[in-house]
Design a protein around this ligand. Structure first.
Ligand code: NAD
Length: 497
C-alpha cells in the first residue's frame, strides 16, 4: 500500500505531484508510517480557488442545515473515537489514554459548532430614531486558513474548521507535517458526514506552503497555533497582507505551591502536569514555584518523578510516550546539559533513557532541577519535554512578580488552602488560564481561549465562543418603515430634544 498521503482539494482526495516528501515516523521506532507531500504552487491555487467558489453556495445553506452537518460529524467522531486515537497515538507516541483525550477535546468543539444558530445571533434595537430600527447580522468572511502544531493533531484542527465552516466559511487546513495522518482522517470523516465539495480542503507541507497561504489575496483570515517565533512570523506576515490573524503561541507555565497546600495533591498533580504527554503540552507546568517552607517537599517530588516510566503507546503502564522527533529530543538534552553547566542543581537527569524493546525511540526520562535562576536557559526557553524546574521564593507576592515578569502568559496555577491567597493570585496574575488547586486548566469551547503577552498575537481569542466572531463580519442594517413615518424633507440639523 502506498504511504504517500493524499490532499483534499475540491472535494477529492488527490495524489500530489510534488517531488518533495516529508517522512512521518513512529517516534518510538522510527518506522516511516507515511509520506506527506509539500503541496505544489498549483495545488495550493486549486484548493484556494475551489474554496472561494464553494463559499458562494455554502454561505447560502440555511444555518440549521449547517448545524445538522456538525451533529452528524460529532456522531461520527464519537463512533471512530478509538480508531482516531490509535492513528494519533502511533504518529505522536502519546499513550492511548492521552490520545483519546486529544480526540475528545476536539469532539467537544464539534458539539459546540452544532449550536451555530445561537452563536450567530445578531442584535437588534427598535426605535433608534422615531420609526427607525437597527439590526446587526453576523455574516461569514470567505476563505479561512488554519495552521496547526504537532502536539494536538486532533484537538487543534477541530478548534478551527468546525466553527469556521458552521459559520458559513470555507476552510483550508495545513496541519503539522510531523503528524498529518490524524487530520487527514478527521477530514475523511467530515466528508463522510456530508460536507459539500470544497467546503474543507487539506494541504500538506511546511514553511513555503504556509507562506503561500499567508500572502494569498483570496485568504481572509488565518488561525495559527504553534511556537513563538513561527507565531510572530505568521502574525507579522498575515497582517502585513491585511488579513485577520490570530496566533496562539508558546508558553512557560508556573505552578505556585503555598506551604498551606495539601502536599499529596500538590505532588501528584505536579508530576502529571509536568511530565504528562512527555511535557509536550502548551499547558504543561514547567516551573514549580515553592513559597517558603513548601520547598521541603522537593526531595519527595523527586522521588515520585523518578518512578515515572515512558513507554509505547499501547503499554497501559506507560506514564507518557517518546518525544515527537529525534531533533526535539536532542534539543531537550542540550537544555539539560546547559542547565547543569550554568550551575543549576540537577536532582533527576532523564537525558539517557531506554525502553526495553524500543531501542530507537525518542525517549527521555523525567528531569528535575532546583537552584534555577531567571537568567538560565532552563527558565527562559520553553523546554517542551519532561523537565521540571523548581524556583524558591519567600512570599506569594514574590511568586506573582516572578510570573508577571515572564514574557509568556498562557497558563498558571496555585495550590493553597487559603481563600485569600487564591483570590489575590487570581486577581493579580497576568496570565490567561488560571487554575486554583487545578494544575492544568483546560479551555472549553463554551468559553474563549485566552493567552496573554507573548503567548498570543491578535485581538479576539477566537476559540469556542469567540471563534464565530473571528470568522465573520458584522453588518448593521438600519431601516425605516415609510408607511408609518411621513416623508418630511431633508433633515439638516441634529435634534437634541
Ligand atoms: P511550530 O511553530 O514549529 O509549527 C506549527 C505550524 O507552523 C506547523 O504547521 C508548521 O508546519 C508551521 N511552521 C513551522 N515553521 C514555520 C515557518 N518558519 N514558517 C511558517 N510556518 C511554519 O510548532 P510545533 O513544534 O508544531 O508545536 C509546538 C508549539 O506549539 C509549542 O511552542 C507550544 O507551546 C505551541 N502550542 C501552543 C498552544 C496554545 O494554545 N497557545 C497550543 C498547542 C501548542
Amino acid at each position: 500500500m502506498s504511504k504517500l498521503m493524499a490532499q483534499l482539494i475540491a472535494g477529492e482526495w488527490r495524489e500530489s505531484r510534488s517531488r518533495e516528501l516529508i517522512e512521518v515516523t513512529d517516534p518510538a521506532t522510527q518506522e516511516v508510517l507515511a509520506l506527506a507531500p509539500k503541496a505544489t504552487h498549483e495545488e495550493i491555487e486549486a484548493a484556494i480557488a475551489s474554496a472561494k467558489e464553494s463559499f458562494l453556495s455554502w454561505r447560502e445553506v440555511p444555518v440549521s442545515e449547517r448545524a445538522r452537518l456538525m451533529l452528524r460529524y460529532q456522531h461520527l467522531l464519537k463512533e471512530h473515537h478509538d480508531e482516531l486515537a490509535e492513528i494519533l497515538a502511533k504518529e505522536t507516541g502519546k499513550t492511548f489514554a492521552d490520545a483519546k483525550g486529544d480526540v475528545w477535546r476536539g469532539i467537544e468543539v464539534a458539539e459546540q459548532a452544532a449550536n451555530i444558530a445561537s452563536l450567530m445571533m445578531g442584535e437588534t434595537v427598535e426605535n433608534v430614531a422615531r420609526g427607525i430600527d437597527t439590526a446587526s447580522w453576523i455574516q461569514p468572511l470567505g476563505v479561512c486558513v488554519g495552521i496547526t502544531p504537532f502536539n494536538f493533531p486532533a484537538m487543534i484542527p477541530l478548534w478551527m474548521f468546525p466553527l469556521a465552516i458552521a459559520a458559513g466559511n470555507c476552510f483550508i487546513l495545513k496541519p503539522s507535517e510531523q503528524d498529518p495522518m490524524t487530520p487527514n482522517r478527521l477530514a475523511e470523516l467530515f466528508i463522510q458526514a456530508g460536507a459539500p465539495k470544497g467546503v474543507l480542503q487539506v494541504l500538506h507541507g511546511g514553511r513555503e506552503q504556509v507562506d503561500a497561504l499567508l500572502t494569498h489575496p483570496d485568504i481572509r483570515a488565518i488561525s495559527f497555533v504553534g511556537s513563538v517565533p513561527v507565531g510572530q512570523h505568521i502574525y507579522r506576515t498575515g497582517t502585513a497582507h491585511l488579513k485577520r490573524v490570530q496566533a496562539f503561541a508558546g508558553a512557560k507555565n508556573h505552578m505556585v505551591i503555598m506551604p498551606d497546600a495539601n502536599k499529596g495533591q500538590v505532588l501528584s498533580n505536579l508530576v502529571g502536569a509536568s511530565c504528562g504527554a512527555a511535557g509536550q503540552r502548551c499547558m504543561a507546568i514547567s516551573v514549580a514555584v515553592f513559597v517558603g517552607a513548601a520547598n521541603n517537599w522537593i526531595p519527595e517530588l523527586a522521588g515520585q518523578m523518578a518512578e515515572l516510566r515512558p513507554g509505547y503507546w499501547n503499554d497501559p503502564h506507560a506514564a507518557y510516550g517518546p518525544l515527537i522527533s529525534q531533533h526535539a529530543k536532542q534539543r531537550v538534552q542540550r537544555l539539560i546539559a546547559e542547565g547543569k553547566a550554568e550551575g543549576a542543581e540537577c536532582l533527576l537527569d532523564g537525558s539517557h533513557c531506554t525502553v526495553p524493546g524500543y531501542p530507537n525511540g525518542n525517549w527521555l526520562g523525567p528531569s528535575l532541577f532546583r537552584g534555577v535562576t531567571t537568567k538560565m536557559g532552563l527558565y527562559r526557553e520553553e523546554i517542551f519535554g519532561p523537565v521540571l524546574v523548581c524556583m524558591e521564593v519567600e512570599s506569594l507576592a514574590d511568586a506573582i512578580k516572578l510570573i508577571n515578569d515572564s514574557p509568556y502568559g498562557n497558563g498558571t496555577s496555585i495550590f493553597t488552602s487559603s481563600g485569600g491567597a487564591a483570590r489575590h493570585f487570581q486577581h493579580d496574575i497576568e496570565v490567561g488560564q488560571v487554575g486554583i488547586n487545578v494544575p492544568v486548566p483546560v479551555p472549553l469551547p463554551f468559553f474563549s481561549f485566552t493567552g496573554w503577552k507573548g503567548s498570543f498575537y491578535g485581538d479576539l481569542h477566537a476559540y469556542g465562543k469567540q471563534a464565530v466572531r473571528f470568522y465573520s463580519e458584522t453588518k448593521t442594517v438600519t431601516s425605516r418603515w415609510f408607511d408609518e413615518s411621513p416623508v418630511t424633507g431633508p433633515n439638516m440639523t441634529i435634534q437634541l430634544k
